[in-house]
Design a protein around this ligand. Structure first.
Ligand code: HEC
Ligand code: HEC
Ligand code: HEC
Ligand code: HEC
Length: 152
């Protein structure tokens, strides 16, 4: 009998290790899996409330156009008509609520224009693109192109 016990000791130790592992797993899982997980399969229902509670950062171009009539008109008549203000100026909801307190980024043309227009074989051929070094050298793009209506 003693011999059997002695021989099964390593098995018992193994079972103990697994048991401790299982308990640890359940405790950690309880702590890190967020509330509501599993309610709708893998979708976490309360995620909707979390997302809805986030502050709004984009105002949408219609809001900008209400105050910046000039830029809106210029843009609507030009080749950039399809671009939204905040595509270039960045999220500006705070600015729309208090324009003097929250300034809007004036994008740096050096960085901005080439992001969309630098020649790249991955872009469709029909999209206007330039090799900026050959096209402009060190001259800023907006010396020749107005950002809100890039072709006259
Ligand atoms: C409620 C009216 C109002 C709305 C809405 C508004 N703006 Fe303005 N915006 C202003 C005013 C007023 C100024 C001038 C603030 C100053 O000089 O302190 C200004 C300044 C700016 C400037 C900086 C101009 C400069 O010379 O530095 C930019 C860029 C700008 N707005 C972009 C936007 C964009 C993009 C939106 C939409 C997300 C927007 N604005 C929505 C009133 C508004
Ligand atoms: C293609 C990118 C682009 C889009 C789209 C765009 N802007 Fe601009 N905007 C610029 C750049 C670049 C400047 C800075 C020009 C400079 O430094 O002289 C600027 C400047 C401004 C200014 C400062 C005054 C001026 O006219 O220079 C205002 C105000 C402004 N934008 C508002 C708007 C509004 C409102 C919209 C949407 C109707 C809009 N922008 C859409 C790129 C853009
Ligand atoms: C978010 C992407 C984006 C940014 C940033 C942007 N553009 Fe554009 N641009 C466009 C799109 C889209 C068109 C319209 C293409 C079309 O009509 O097929 C366009 C059209 C143009 C055209 C007219 C080309 C033609 O032959 O019709 C010029 C010039 C131009 N952009 C210059 C600029 C300059 C200068 C800047 C920086 C101030 C700039 N763009 C920033 C997307 C962008
Ligand atoms: C010295 C003036 C000048 C500067 C600086 C300049 N451009 Fe141009 N760009 C032009 C002229 C002029 C045209 C029209 C050429 C034509 O119609 O064939 C043009 C055309 C374009 C076109 C249309 C190309 C096409 O195939 O339809 C794009 C896109 C463009 N420029 C982007 C830029 C960008 C981005 C910068 C800054 C890196 C820039 N430009 C700087 C003068 C300039």
């Amino acid at each position: 009998m003693r011999k059997v016990l002695k021989e099964s000791e390593h098995l018992l130790r193994l079972v103990a290790v697994f048991a401790v592992g299982l308990v640890l797993f359940l405790v950690i899982r309880q702590a890190i899996v967020p509330k509501g997980f599993g309610e709708f399969g893998h979708y976490r229902g309360p995620a909707l409330d979390d997302i809805a509670a986030r502050p709004i950062s984009f105002a949408g171009h219609a809001t900008c156009e209400a105050c910046h009539d000039d830029q809106a008109k210029t843009k609507a008549a030009g080749k950039h008509a399809g671009l939204s203000c905040e595509t270039c100026h960045g999220p500006a909801a705070a600015h729309t609520e208090d324009p003097t307190e929250h300034a809007v980024m004036k994008p740096d043309p050096k960085v901005l224009c080439v992001r969309c227009h630098e020649a790249d074989p991955a872009r469709p051929k029909s999209f206007p693109q330039v090799v900026s070094k050959d096209h402009a050298g060190d001259t800023s793009c907006i010396e020749c192109h107005k950002p809100h209506s890039p072709l006259p």
